[in-house]
Design a protein around this ligand. Structure first.
Ligand code: 6SG
Length: 208
């Protein structure tokens, strides 16, 4: 396994969850931060399978697509359930997190000024679904009894939503407790208070 390298823009964006996951798993990684001027030259873009970042390297394995990278880390670090059934449920939750992330990203990048208030009003409808799963499982994680890659994804997207609206979890006690417990895990706590994490904006357009 490894060494791991992330190549991405200087934002949390699509790498937030994988960075938190690697930190929590005690895994070190290298960062190559790309500025937009270099990106527009086009050479790196042309070399990326889908013309996009992040790019993730695990030794000689080169991966694109942030959720594929999270899954790979799940396999490498035993964070993909205890059997096939748990793995299927974790996949399902990861896709649910992706749906929420896409709504968030659309609002941030395309309709922040006109759509933010409505987005916040609609948010309980989306968060309720995760609240129900979390409450039902009773372990403090989405599936099984330890964090999976879907938990890191959910955790990171919830952190972003708390910046958007600090009261957004007030009616979701299980999610609130999940965020508190994940934030208090020693390696996550250390990472979230590091300069490497704090210096990066959440999104590429400065909105949050
Ligand atoms: C952008 O969309 O940062 N990749 C992005 N943009 C550049 O030419 N499905 C995959 C996945 O999950 C989505 C990848 C994602 O991995 S992420 C990409 O490659 C392109 O398409 C969001 C992000 N946005 C910031 C950004 C990049 C270019 C323009 C806006 C850096 C920040 C501002 C300027 C440079 Fe900027």
């Amino acid at each position: 396994m490894g060494p791991y390298t992330i190549t991405y823009f200087g934002v949390r964006g699509r790498c937030g969850a994988m960075r938190i996951m690697m930190a929590d798993q005690g895994q070190e990684w290298k960062e190559i931060l790309i500025d937009f001027a270099d990106w527009t030259k086009g050479d790196l873009k042309a070399s990326c399978v889908f013309g996009q970042l992040p790019k993730f390297e695990d030794g000689g394995l080169v991966l694109y697509q942030s959720n594929a990278i999270l899954r790979h880390l799940g396999r490498n670090h035993d964070a993909y359930g205890k059997d096939g059934k748990e793995a299927a449920l974790i996949d399902m939750m990861c896709d649910g997190v992706e749906d929420l992330r896409l709504k968030y990203v659309k609002m941030i990048y395309q309709e922040y000024d006109t759509g933010k208030d409505q987005y916040i009003k609609d948010l309980p409808n989306h968060l309720d679904k995760f609240e129900a799963v979390m409450a039902k499982n009773k372990t403090g994680f989405l599936v099984g009894n330890k964090p999976s890659f879907a938990d890191y994804g959910l955790f990171e997207v919830l952190l972003n939503h708390l910046v958007l609206c600090s009261s957004c979890l007030d009616t979701s006690p299980s999610l609130k407790s999940f965020v508190e417990k994940m934030s208090a895990r020693p390696k996550i706590k250390a990472f979230l208070s590091s300069d490497a994490y704090k210096k990066l904006p959440i999104n590429g357009n400065g909105k949050q």
